[in-house]
Design a binder for this molecule. Structure first.
Ligand code: SF4
Length: 369
């Protein structure tokens, strides 16, 4: 597309955003193909404000746990999973997880536990229910955001139960919400290349749709920056928007940049996404996902300085204090895992925004003005 036509196309998108009109696939591609990063940021920020966004930027105090790194799936982008026979394999018991969480809580006062892990064939469904009920019993006031849609699907294969039955049992044991992992990029072509062992993306949608129907809110993600095209990214976002139209059950969208270290992609010469691609992805996500209230700049992957810039590209959340993080660190993220509240407050304030500490469901706990 020539520079002049591209500018005209962006102007047309400006008009749609200002009029509160919905953007389509073609608009999404025009945005992805644009090199005018600053205008994309301006557009995304305008879209956020047109839809009622304010200067508030949210974060949560949370603890990251991984119950096991044993996984049968072998996704090509994953640096975290091992087999049961590998020396560094671990599977924590529910009691160990509770003990660890209680010890962490003394020093940090987190309000949320975010836990995901591998799909181990060496545990049964009772293991997952026990984890939820024991954590809930030990910390009834902590929100449990546990298990990706892929893990929920894994539990159906372990137990012979339906997705709904699995979710009802977990909910009744104390599950509060689902994280958004396992979505990767929905296009069949991409899934065949990067995650051939993973169930079809239809199961991701089925799990989230069922959770929403049961009153369990969830999150949604996209892991970008590997083999996918711009069109496949836009298609992914539009599919998420479609489910949100139906259910309204997504709390937030989190774009996740691929980290190639310690994966087959590193050996093939893949490198990190450029900061400009991360900012563009943030902006396009905000522009297309007109019905998802929150877009997160996940600082553990982006680094805090870039996450602060992303606040001007449509993001309104910087995720959390993240007491522990293992999956992305195995893939080479070097950001410190324990970011003090004061640092988050400082970065958000320096970006000209109002830091607001929230709980998982976006209820305000504290603000700095
Ligand atoms: S991304 Fe998840 S499902 Fe895939 S190999 Fe890693 S732990 Fe297993």
């Amino acid at each position: 597309m020539s520079v002049v036509t591209q500018q005209t196309a962006l102007d047309a998108i400006w008009e749609k955003v200002e009029a509160g009109e919905r953007l389509n696939l073609e608009d999404g591609l025009t945005l992805m193909e644009s090199d005018d990063l600053l205008q994309l940021g301006e557009l995304a920020d305008a879209a956020r404000r047109v839809r009622g966004g304010t200067d508030e930027v949210f974060f949560v105090q949370n603890l990251y746990l991984n119950q096991t790194n044993v996984c049968r799936v072998k996704c090509k982008f994953c640096a975290f999973a091992v087999t049961q026979k590998q020396a560094d394999a671990y599977t924590f018991t529910p009691e160990q997880l509770v003990e660890d969480a209680l010890a962490q809580r003394e020093g940090t006062g987190f309000t949320e536990i975010h836990m995901v892990g591998g799909e181990s064939p060496h545990v049964d469904f009772g293991y997952y229910v026990d984890i939820v009920s024991k954590l809930h019993e030990a910390m009834p006031d902590v929100h449990l955001k546990l298990f990706t849609a892929s893990e929920i699907h894994h539990m159906t294969t372990l137990s012979g139960l339906t997705h709904e039955q699995v979710l009802v049992e977990l909910r009744d044991a104390g599950l509060g919400s689902l994280p958004g992992g396992g979505a990767e990029v929905f296009a069949d072509r991409v899934r065949r290349l990067v995650a051939p062992g993973k169930e079809h993306p239809d199961f991701w949608f089925h799990t989230h749709r069922t959770a929403h129907g049961l009153g369990i809110p969830t999150h949604c993600t996209m892991l970008y920056g590997h083999v996918e095209t711009y069109e496949e990214r836009v298609d992914h976002l539009l599919r998420l928007r479609g489910l949100q139209d139906e259910t309204g059950g997504f709390l937030a969208f989190i774009p996740l940049a691929f980290h190639p270290e310690n994966t087959v992609f590193e050996r093939r010469g893949w490198t990190h996404t450029a900061g400009s691609d991360d900012l563009k992805m943030m902006a396009v996500s905000r522009l297309l996902l007109d019905n998802v209230p929150n877009v997160k700049a996940y600082w553990i992957m982006m680094g805090m300085p870039l996450a602060a810039v992303a606040l001007h590209f449509g993001a309104n959340d910087v995720q959390g204090t993240v007491v522990r993080e293992e999956i992305f660190h195995a893939a080479g993220a070097t950001t410190e895992t324990e970011q003090k509240i004061e640092e988050l407050v400082h970065f958000v304030g320096e970006a000209g925004r109002i830091p607001v500490q929230r709980d998982t469901l976006y209820n305000e706990l504290r603000r700095w003005e």
